[in-house]
Design a protein around this ligand. Structure first.
Ligand code: NDP
Length: 284
């Protein structure tokens, strides 16, 4: 079997087009502010890509670049200003933050209704208890990819490799909400390959280059590779050994060109949803 490729670039382009069409009909431009602290080069690329994509769909987008020595209190003051600004619908504080700033404090300071990343504990709690809220962009993007791939989710055995707050945990919650039977595996799991082999849907978000080998994949599985790992020779690879896995899977997302483009598209979708929810006339 050679797997179908789940083309994240194409799915993301379609999603961005639908977002642009919705924005054109709004009569206002949703406001997105990306806050960057310091000059981590990888963050710089992400932030520029987010800003460009936001402008392309018609958002009022701007980046606030703060020096590496910014204190936690200074960053919290910027977040408070954005929380209070009626033109701002979505706020994203780019991670990682410098060591003098506690990420969890900053994440909790973002107004939950403007939490474009979906990382605020209130939104995490809403997701875990099945209520509507803003959902982290990467797992949300994976759900779009699964839908585009035609995978049948209700009743499917899904295995999520990784349990971080930004990918693994919310991923498991979304799959559970879609009626999968979900297993989360991590660094303390006994016999990872055996657990992964039980998966009809396997989502790898572990941050270890090509850790998931072909013989960890069940014949006919759908494999979504969230990992982004740069090898010494400069190549970008996922958490899954792609060629080996593609020989057994029914469908697989590549790296690059799989989940990566979806994350930005879902940031735009979250910001648009936040704008509509926040600006809607309240009942009563
Ligand atoms: P984290 O480092 O926060 O979490 C990694 C998870 O993998 C942890 O739960 C950890 O387990 C588990 N893990 C690590 N090593 C092993 C191992 N040897 N065996 C089993 N489990 C292991 O990473 P993130 O969730 O933030 O990111 C995961 C990957 O996804 C990275 O490659 C990252 O670059 C990529 N990523 C891609 C995005 C995109 O847009 N495509 C967006 C965000 C992330 P434990 O909890 O037990 O320590």
């Amino acid at each position: 079997m050679t797997a179908r490729i789940i083309d994240g670039k194409a799915v993301a382009a379609g999603l961005r087009q639908r977002i642009a069409a919705r924005v054109a009909g709004l009569g206002y431009r949703p406001g997105l502010r990306v806050v960057r602290v310091g000059d981590d080069p990888a963050s710089g690329v992400y932030v520029r890509n987010k800003d460009k994509a936001a402008k392309e769909v018609g958002f009022d987008s701007a980046t606030i670049a703060l020096p590496a020595e910014t204190t936690e209190a200074e960053l919290l003051a910027v977040v408070a200003q954005l929380n209070a600004d009626p033109a701002v619908d979505g706020i994203l504080v780019q991670l990682p933050l410098p060591p003098q700033i506690r990420a969890e404090v900053v994440i909790s300071a973002v107004a939950p209704e403007k939490d474009a990343d979906g990382f605020h504990p209130l939104n995490a709690g809403r997701l875990a208890s099945g209520q509507a809220g803003l959902v982290p962009c990467t797992p949300k993007g994976v759900m779009h990819l699964l839908a585009a791939s035609g995978a049948v989710l209700p009743g499917a055995r899904a295995v999520v490799l990784g349990r971080s707050n930004i990918v693994g945990r919310p991923m498991a919650q979304l799959l559970l909400a879609a009626d999968c039977t979900v297993t989360i595996v991590h660094s303390r799991t006994r016999d990872l390959p055996a657990e992964c082999r039980r998966a009809e849907i396997l989502v790898a978000a572990v941050g270890r280059a090509e850790m998931v080998r072909g013989d960890w994949i069940a014949e006919g599985a759908t494999v979504i590779d969230v990992g982004i790992n740069r090898l010494a020779d400069g190549r970008l690879v996922g958490d899954v050994a792609y060629a080996e896995a593609a020989a057994r899977a029914e469908a697989i997302s590549p790296v690059p060109g799989g989940v990566g483009p979806m994350t930005i598209a879902c940031l735009l979708e979250n910001t648009l949803d936040a704008a509509i929810a926040r600006r809607a006339p309240r009942g009563g």
